[in-house]
Write a protein that binds this ligand. Structure first.
Ligand code: ZN
Ligand code: ZN
Length: 344
């Protein structure tokens, strides 16, 4: 089968290669991959700025249909459709984090798409505990959004506790920031979304997704907008989703005393930021990474209820052979979510 492979350590070293079709072990199922989204992590694996174990097939944001099951698998039949929790592909299962469903922090963890083979390929294998059933009326393209949506549900719902009537700042209009915006807007939260002028397309999307106001911080004074939108008080919660030093500064400056700052973006380097705000304004600082199993259950319930419109999140659907075009669109911030469709 034709799969997108990181074939060697170092920057680049990614291409379509012929790989044997995976065979499900006794406790695995074989899935026909419907769609697999391109994530920032895939770009990091491409540039070798995220730990990876070549040779490995990239891609972890996917949904597929069961075509075969291992001998020990019960209760799952060919034809059933699932979103797949690739991040839990390898865990110890017994450490305190695994036992609490917080498998993200298991020291033995390896995820699909960088630690073990992922889903930029026609077929992939997974264990039954990684499978989350796709509700009947949810299209497979939407099901491929479960992984990034779960990350947004975790950041906004599990970590960034807010109250009705709050004003929230989302800084960084990437897929997680924009999905977070959708969740906040669905709850009636007044949400400001900040980016830079290079994010024009994604800020336009933010307007369409229900942002109370979008701000390109290199064209407009964010502090003045926050003052205007909060009667000089400051925002109640800020989500830093850009992974950029200037964005951290903006968030720390925008949060009111006793407010909350949630770190979602990654930097890959140390920062110089106005850390004194934390003590002087007595801010609460939280990090958010990935999700828990409970978050996935919750995310599937959100999809099942059908009240969150996700039809406008995928801006590009490309065949797997056009992966480079897709990677470039994401790299150049010219897309919200790009999904790749493997060819037989
Ligand atoms: Zn992802
Ligand atoms: Zn563990």
């Amino acid at each position: 089968m034709n799969a997108l492979v990181k074939y060697e350590a170092g920057p680049g070293h990614v291409e379509l290669r012929d790989r044997p079709e995976p065979e499900p072990a006794a406790n695995q199922v074989l899935l026909d991959v419907a769609h697999c989204g391109i994530c920032g992590t895939d770009l990091h694996v491409y540039h070798d700025t995220f730990q990876n174990y070549p040779p490995v097939i990239l891609g972890h944001e996917f949904a597929g249909t069961v075509v075969d099951t291992g001998s020990a698998v019960q209760g799952i039949r060919p034809g059933e459709r699932f979103a797949v929790l690739g991040a839990a592909a390898v865990t110890c299962g017994t450490c305190p984090y695994c036992q609490r469903g917080e498998f993200m922090f298991c020291s033995a963890r390896r995820g699909m798409g960088h630690g073990v083979d992922g889903a930029f390929a026609p077929y992939a294998v997974a264990r039954p505990d990684q499978l989350y059933r796709v509700p009947d009326d949810v299209p497979m393209q939407t099901a491929a959004l479960v992984e990034p949506l779960a990350a947004a549900v975790h950041a906004v719902g599990d970590i960034g506790r807010f109250q009705l009537g709050d004003v929230v700042l989302v800084s960084g209009p990437g897929p997680i920031g924009l999905l977070g915006l959708k969740l906040l807007a669905a709850q009636g939260i007044k949400t400001l979304v900040a980016g830079v002028s290079a994010d024009a397309l994604r800020l336009e999307k933010a307007d369409a997704f229900g942002a109370a106001r979008t701000i390109a911080v290199d064209q407009e004074d964010l502090a003045a907008v926050v003052d205007e939108e909060t009667q000089g008080v400051g925002v109640d919660v800020a989500f830093e989703c850009a992974g950029a030093e200037a964005s951290v500064r903006n968030c720390l400056s925008a949060v009111r005393p006793l407010g909350r700052y949630v770190q979602v973006g990654h930097f890959g380097q140390d920062l110089t930021v106005p850390w004194d705000h934390i003590a002087f304004r007595q801010l609460r600082i939280d990090g958010s990474v990935g999700y828990t199993r409970e978050t996935w259950d919750q995310t599937l319930r959100i999809l099942e209820q059908g009240r969150l419109d996700l039809s406008d999140v995928i801006t590009h659907t490309l065949p797997l052979s056009d992966w480079k075009t897709g990677f470039n669109l994401v790299e150049d911030q010219q897309a919200v979510k790009v999904v790749l469709t493997p060819e037989p």
